[in-house]
Design a protein around this ligand. Structure first.
Ligand SMILES: Cc1cc2nc3c(=O)[nH]c(=O)nc-3n(C[C@H](O)[C@H](O)[C@H](O)COP(=O)(O)O)c2cc1C
Length: 311
């Protein structure tokens, strides 16, 4: 006796995202058969074994449990229509699709992501399903993205970066430097900066002026050394920039040399407030797939990198 209904069980299982396969074989009359199955999984590396399970109620169940050979086709991300076709009972499943037969007369469907040609190794009783274990005799693997099935809907693996196969000449676009945090930080910074600098220039400020005003935003005063570190403005050029900003009533300067204290004026803060909102909007667009918790975690981690490299 269980404390959940079969609907609860099905619903909870559907949160486990899977790939989608079509399993094909010949039926008892030697006609081609096939069905959509997401129960496919790997079992053993040596010998190479895979499994899938078929409902005992499926029309093709007696044929699959008697077949000597079968093929598992892992569907590509653009093959959800074929998946639906092979999930309909009694449908003429092989009409209007590209297929041929292999040397064991198993139907082979074209353009899939990968394929495992199997010999039936074992069949186990699994409640209302048969668990069919196959020994893999041959496989084909393309670089196509696989189709995903989760919570009753199809999805794609487009956000998953393909891994470079060792010894392969195929260029998947990824390289070793992509794993280097320092490189990704520099690249992200450069790209974000380029985007926003256009906005700054359109608002009639230079980049050093924007950086200085942004560092003074929130009614803080900063000394020259701190300001140089925050704005990356060349120390030999910053005093000229500051005296021009002082003339333009964007900031006021007190004292001289490295102990100079710089404070934003009201009109300087107004200019920067507008740009600050624009920066925030741009940030929201860039981080569109990130929730607030992830954004804060990224922010804290970046602050850590900055403080650990501050000399
Ligand atoms: C995404 C998806 C995954 C499926 N996975 C399985 C499975 O692993 N085992 C199974 O018996 N049926 C599965 N089905 C249902 C069968 O494809 C469906 O019942 C099919 O019509 C059975 O074929 P037949 O009765 O014509 O032999 C799945 C259906 C879909 C849409």
């Amino acid at each position: 006796m269980t404390n959940f209904s079969s609907n609860d069980f099905r619903s909870a299982l559907s949160s486990f995202a899977t790939g989608v396969t079509i399993i094909t074989a010949r039926d008892l009359n030697d006609d081609p058969i096939g069905m959509t199955a997401s129960s496919f999984n790997s079992v053993s590396m040596e010998p190479p074994l895979v499994l899938w399970s078929i409902a005992k109620s499926a029309l093709s169940s007696p044929s699959f449990t008697n077949a000597t050979f079968f093929s598992v086709h892992v569907l590509a991300s653009d093959q959800s229509e074929i998946s639906n076709k092979f999930a309909i009972k009694g449908e003429d499943k092989f009409s209007n699709i590209n297929w041929h037969e292999d040397q064991n007369r198993v139907p082979i469907i074209s353009d899939v992501s990968s394929r495992f040609d199997c010999k039936t190794h074992d069949i186990h009783d699994g409640g209302d399903h048969w668990i069919i274990v196959g020994k893999v005799l041959n496989l084909e693997n393309s670089s196509k993205q696989g189709l995903v099935f989760s919570q009753g809907s199809y999805a794609t693996t487009s956000t998953i970066k393909p891994k470079q196969h060792s010894g392969s000449n195929v260029d998947t676009g990824a390289s070793l430097i992509d794993e280097l945090l320092i490189y990704q930080l520099a690249r992200a910074s450069r790209q974000v900066e380029t985007l926003f600098h256009k906005t700054v220039e359109e608002e009639g400020l230079t980049i050093p002026e924007w950086r200085i005003l942004a560092s003074l935003y929130g009614k803080v005063s900063r000394n020259l050394v701190d300001l140089c570190a925050r704005t990356f403005v060349d120390p030999s050029a910053i005093t000229d920039v500051l005296s021009q900003m002082n003339n333009d009533n964007l900031c006021v300067l007190a004292g001289e040399g490295s102990s100079m204290l710089i404070t934003g004026t009201e009109s300087g803060m107004k200019r920067v407030a507008h740009l600050f909102n624009m920066a925030k909007n741009q940030e929201n667009e860039i981080l569109t797939n990130m929730n607030e918790q992830e954004r804060l975690s990224l922010l804290r981690n970046l602050e850590n990198v900055i403080s650990n490299t501050n000399n």
